[in-house]
Design a protein around this ligand. Sequence first.
Ligand code: HEM
Length: 187
Amino acid sequence: MSHIPLRVPLRDTPHVYGAVTRILHWLMAALILWQFLGMGLRAIYGRQDWLAPFVGSHAPVGAALFVLVILRILWALANRRTRPAHGDGWQGRAAAAGHGLLYLLMLAIPSLGLLRAWGSERGLTLFGAQIFAPKSPPVEWTAALAGALHGELAWLLLAVVAGHVAMVGVHQAMWRDGTLKRMAGRR
Ligand code: HEM
């Protein structure tokens, strides 16, 4: 059997993010984009039948994102000494703060959605399995908390994601320091 060189290591190194981090990053990026596409269309067009695939998949996709972000945080902690550094000075500190905010929002938003589902009179059934039984009467504070924060924090996340993408563009076009290659390049 011929030897196929593994171009991307499994774990993170000081030069590149490894395969596990990349899969988590791009899979979550795609699923988060799906959530925003659906909710964005719903915000523009209101409740429409043709939006059913988006609305119907919102809770299962959100629950999957909750599991993925937990795995991602654990993996980041396990790789914290070996992954690419943010760099020194204000730029490094700003990047670290931006990434910290992304993690915080990616954890808080699905947690709030799940908390509301836990307290609701409908409960939560995913892929045919009951995750939360219906509550009677429904828990008021979970609905109030998620009602106040879930959508607002989600739109904030969209703005932070836009900033994140814009900064990758600045790194590529102005500073030309190969930042994108760490998450998308070969090595
Ligand atoms: C990272 C994951 C998630 C993202 C990015 C996200 C994003 C959003 C956005 C942008 C809205 C629209 C808010 C508005 O209309 O102003 C929304 C609404 C909603 N989401 Fe999520 N969501 C996520 C996870 C979840 C989960 C896990 C659940 C439930 C299990 C959930 C349940 C809901 C419900 C019921 C609404 C409609 C009520 C409301 O606007 O607060 N979401 N979500």
